[in-house]
Design a protein around this ligand. Sequence first.
Ligand code: MN3
Length: 249
Amino acid sequence: MQDPTLNPQVVPAVDRRSFLRTSTAIAATVGLASSLTGRLSAETASAPFTLPALPYAYDALSPVIDEKTMTIHHAKHHQGYVDKLNAAVKDQSSLSGMTVVDLLISLDKLQVPADVKTAIRNNGGGHANHTLFWAVMQAPKTSSAPSLELSKAIQASWGSMDEFKAAFSKAAATQFGSGWAWLVVDGSKLSIVATANQDSPISMGKRPILGLDVWEHAYYLNYQNRRPDYVSAWWDVVNWDEVSKLYSV
Ligand code: MN3
């Protein structure tokens, strides 16, 4: 084995095994391994990461999200995150075999140079965030509803579905600059968090089950500066059956 003191980026095999055990234990604790990794097939893979196909056509969410926005968002923006993530991890042997969820859960502990960690935070986050985002949407007015279990959890945290939607919409509308609003499993309860840029709730030890992209690239062609209109229209394309599945694992 190469002496790790000669090259701090080389992680001894024994450390790597214990690191992966720790990472797996954390994932199990927050239920991530069986949710994101189990539900979203693109998340089960390690590098090279690939762009997941959308579960619907580019025009399927219209008029809530127009075809051109969806095309650019998926084929250009999300593909860009995937490509940059692959470039970031390519020469990092200590990361081999890790899924994007592993990378995000363990972000602070990754034994890689600071610029690589930043690239993983931005582009690994971008890959995971968008993969979830595509999965929790469907054509407008398609019938779907929160499961009884999810409904009860929403009522427990906010009192009613309407109160939850108001709180989530406010978090999405008031997130300053680029970022996301999330419904997350946070310990034994549900909560709403907003994150900047492509930061993922996964790196905060929380399990996202619904996410809304409020970067301008997600809505500007259709809504220009009217982010609240985009947020309010977006509820029509939420796939509650999928959100319920993500909650139930
Ligand atoms: Mn986006």
